[in-house]
Design a protein around this ligand. Structure first.
Ligand code: CMP
Length: 141
């Protein structure tokens, strides 16, 4: 079990002015933020990041959307971080997300679903490494 996960506050949520509210949810849920940066993904970064979905019908839509505006990428730390963050954000489809989860409160559709979270420890390591160098990850304890 790893204590790190990777998160994105997606372009829909940044555009809607929800970055601060979601940042607050992250802290309220007990995560340490090891690193965070506001970026605008290039189409190539989006395609690389979501390469596992390359064969899916929604890949084009997904990568266009993820490179359409500012997003915030974050490396998060907490005990059992992957599961803890997935519980905090809720189901991929906001219609299926539990009450009180970030996607229930901020997502508008399965494509524009406010936030991303790694689905495994292995992918968390890969995804953190996609956007951060090890020296950018700062433990505050
Ligand atoms: P995320 O957790 O970032 O991981 C992959 C993303 O693909 C997912 O959130 C959704 O935003 C997106 N996605 C999954 N299924 C669909 C779909 N059926 N249509 C459009 N986008 C989808």
């Amino acid at each position: 079990m790893s204590n790190r996960t990777f998160a994105i506050i997606k372009p829909d949520a940044v555009k809607a002015g929800n970055t601060g509210k979601i940042y607050d949810r992250i802290l309220s849920a007990g995560f340490n933020i090891l690193s965070a940066k506001l970026i605008k993904m290039t189409i190539d970064q989006a395609k690389g990041f979501y390469a596992v979905h390359a064969e899916r019908p929604f890949y084009g839509e997904l990568t266009e959307f993820m490179s359409s505006g500012q997003s915030m990428v974050l490396a998060l730390e907490k005990e059992n971080a992957v599961l803890a963050w997935r519980d905090t954000i809720g189901a991929t489809n906001p219609d299926e997300a539990a009450e009180g989860t970030i996607r229930k409160d901020f997502a508008t559709s399965i494509g524009e679903n406010a936030v991303h979270g790694s689905d495994s420890d292995e992918n968390a390591k890969i995804e953190i490494g996609f956007f951060f160098t090890e020296s950018e990850l700062i433990a505050n304890h």
